[in-house]
Each structure stands twice: as C-alpha cells, then as structure tokens.
Design a protein around this ligand. Structure first.
Ligand SMILES: [Zn+2]
Length: 437
C-alpha cells in the first residue's frame, strides 16, 4: 500500500515537473495560390487532429485552426504569401497548453474545405485547407476566358500536375510540373502570336487542378482542341523518347454513359443544345455518339500531325498515337491529346527537358502540328475557315481582273496577298483570295 502511494506521488511529480509533451508536430506549411483558390498544406509528423472556426465580423477575416497537443516547428516570419486572398499566417494563444492555434488572415469571407490526407509517395501526414476565391494576380501573358475571340481557333493547353503534385521526378531532382509549365507557356506564346489562333492555359502557375476538372475547363471556353503536356517517368532510367496519347474507345463509352446521366454537362458538350428529355435517351445518345466519334477521330488525326513534327526534333518512344484511358482525355466535345515530351527519369532526357532551347523546340513542334491540323480542318466561322474558303486554283482563261471581280476584291489586294510582282498568272496556280473589301 505504501509502495503504491509512493508510485502515485512520483507520477504526479513527474507530470508537474516535465513540460507537456505534444503528441504531434507541424513540420512545414506550404501555400499554393491559384486563379480559383488558395491551398494551404500543413505537413504533420502524425495524423492531424484539428478544429476550426471563422471570425467574419471585421477585416481581415480570420480562419482559426486549433491543433490540440501539437507543437509548431515552422518560422512563420519566413512564410511569404503570394496569395491575393490569404494575407498572413500567424499564431495566437491556444486554449490548452501544448496546443497550437493558427490564424489565417483573409481578404474575403470564405467557406474553407479542410481535409486530412494520409502519407503518400513523397508526402507525409497532411492537413489540407482549401480557401475558395481568386488568389493569383492576373498573368499578363496568359489570356483569360474573357479575352477569347470567336474567330480564332482556340487551343486549351494543360500543363500536367502542379502544386502538391510534382509529377515524375528526374534523377537530378527536376520536377515534371516545372518543365511542362515552361513548355506550355512557350506553346501558348507561339499560338497567341499566330493571328488565326489563341491559347488558353488551364494551369498558368504552380498549383494543382483536379484531373477531371481540366477537360471541363476546356469545354467551358469552347476550345477547339485540348493539349495536355507531360513528361514521362519510369522506375528504371533506360526508357526514353516522346509519345502522344488519345482517348481510347473503351473510356469513351464509359464517358458516354456518364454524360447521359448528367443533363447539365450533356448540354455543354452538345454546344448549348439543351439535352432532350425523353424516355429512352435515344436522341441524346445519337448526338453524343456523333460528337464523340468526331472527338476521337479528330484527336487521332491532330495527334498524328503533332507526332510528325515532334519526331523531327526529338526521339520517339512510340511512333504512332497511343490509346489510353486518362481522366484528362475524356472530353467528347472536342479532340484532345496528351503529349509526353520525353522521359524525365532518363538522365539524358532530363537534361534536355531542363534546357530552354529544347523546351522551345518541343513547343514549336506541337504548335506546327496543331496548326497544320487546323489549316486542313478549320472549325466553322474561324479565320482559318474563311481563308480556306477563298483559295482559288487558276483555270484556263482566267486573269487577275476576272478573279478580283468574281471575289469582290481588287487586283492589288490579290497581288499583295500572294506576293506577286506581276499580273501574269498560270493555269493551276493556287492563289489565296483576300476577304471582300
Ligand atoms: Zn505527367
């Protein structure tokens, strides 16, 4: 009995003398602002416990997160927020000793979405806080949805991965997400410099977008083509070379089934034509099936055009477009392709992929391929379609003045358009006819 008493006393003393031992640690805090939200990631030593509340009476609005029995091992002074939404992360006095209270100071009232993520690949335990709201300064080089013009062929460019998801990682530590963003930006610049085309970047900075959301973003801006840019990875360093992937038949059928269940998306995909409410869904199915066949056939054809250009500047892993079931290739509203620019896990290709010169070459090849596809198959109502409609093959007895009259333009305009020094034209000569003046 006495011994028991002594034991209890010792325990009480120990508890009194030792500082409260925290069960968990916040090891790092990372922020990923994007055009639609700011993601804040708390890297934890163990599975996080938390509770939170908002203070929205006055500016700055605050989101307060309590981590019970957790210590903070991050210097908040050194955290710099680039988010327009989240101005500051600081601590405040916790209710219980040994706990941590984190305060996020916000420019707007938001409904946060908070989730606990288990360890995965390169990451440990995480608490992920998504704060919805525009968070990224507008990039002057990237077009926003409002800038897009109807007469231009619109290419949606999706730089793979981003933010929390680095994609494949090269032997000297190059992240796929960084390389593909550079290629995507170079490609967007080339496209925007083309008077007949415009580019829309689905990801324009270092943040993550849900895979299923990427093709939806392209559909919403009514893109004529979606190009997703990636770099391959493998468990051994040998494989190398580029490849192009397109929607597989099987995935297409699954998508078609899903679409028929979703009237709202169905109407988007059918180009604003409201989905027909009927019993057997037959008409919808027919419309979608036509639209899907078109998306698949044209995706394959465009992929072939890009492949032809790519193989002139880099080694190919696959000499033909490959079919795959990938979330980013599920649009039935437009053709889409995924370009694997090379294997970042191959040391030689990693170095190539890092070089600005090679990034430019890859972008140029994709641009040329896409352009030749749309020159051949211009979407209705675009400049490419108008240009194509007014090509003329000279026949016997025709002269510049006859053509100028027929096309309601002038001899000078035809000569200028075709760089002609004289007014003599040959039978069989192909002339571009400018739009009526
Ligand atoms: Zn990838």
């Amino acid at each position: 009995m006495q011994r028991f008493f002594a034991k209890v006393m010792t325990l009480v003393l120990v508890a009194f003398v030792l500082p409260v031992q925290a069960a968990n640690t916040i090891k790092n805090i990372r922020m990923w602002p994007s055009p639609d939200n700011t993601r804040v990631v708390f890297d934890m030593a163990g599975a996080p416990e938390y509770s939170y509340f908002s203070l929205n009476q006055s500016h700055p609005y605050r989101l307060v997160i309590d981590f019970p029995s957790t210590e903070l091992n991050v210097n908040l002074e050194q955290l710099e927020s680039k988010s327009l939404l989240l101005s500051k992360i600081r601590t405040s006095t916790p209710k219980l000793p040994g706990s941590t209270r984190i305060v996020l100071e916000l420019d707007k009232q938001v409904d946060p979405v908070i989730q606990v993520l288990p360890p995965q690949q390169m990451h440990g335990h995480r608490l992920v806080v998504d704060l919805p709201g525009a968070s990224l300064k507008r990039d002057a080089a990237a077009l926003s949805a409002d800038d897009l013009q109807e007469r231009k062929v619109t290419i949606a460019i999706d730089a793979g991965h981003g933010g929390e998801d680095p994609g494949s990682i090269g032997p000297s530590g190059t992240y796929e997400k960084d390389v593909v963003l550079k290629v995507a930006r170079a490609l967007a610049k080339m496209i925007n410099d083309d008077p007949g085309m415009q580019a829309y970047l689905i990801r324009s900075d270092d943040y993550y977008i849900n895979l299923n959301e990427r093709p939806r973003k392209a559909e919403r801006i009514k893109a004529d083509l979606l190009v997703s840019v990636h770099a391959d990875g493998f468990t051994s360093p040998q494989p190398r070379g580029a490849s192009i992937w397109v929607l597989s038949n099987r995935r297409a059928s699954t998508e078609m089934g899903r679409l028929l269940e979703n009237k709202e998306r169905l109407s988007d995909v059918l180009g604003g034509v409201p989905a027909v409410e009927n019993e057997d869904n037959f008409l919808n199915e027919t419309l979608i099936s036509m639209s899907m066949d078109h998306a698949m056939a044209s995706g394959y054809e465009a992929a072939n055009d890009v492949l032809r250009e790519l193989k002139q500047i880099t080694r190919m892993h696959k000499s033909k477009p490959q079919h795959a079931s990938l979330a980013v290739l599920t649009s039935t509203a437009m053709p889409s392709m995924l370009v694997e620019t090379g294997f970042i896990t191959n040391p030689t290709e990693e170095q190539l992929l890092r070089s600005n010169q090679h990034q430019q070459k890859l972008a140029r090849a994709i641009y040329q391929g896409v352009r030749s596809y749309f020159m051949r198959r211009p979407p209705d109502g675009t400049m490419f379609a108008n240009n194509r409609a007014s090509r003329h093959v000279v026949r016997s007895g025709e002269s510049l003045s006859i053509l100028a009259q027929r096309y309601n333009t002038s001899i000078a305009a035809i000569k200028a358009r075709n760089n002609l020094n004289s007014s003599v034209i040959q039978i069989g000569q192909v002339l571009e006819i400018p739009s009526p003046e």
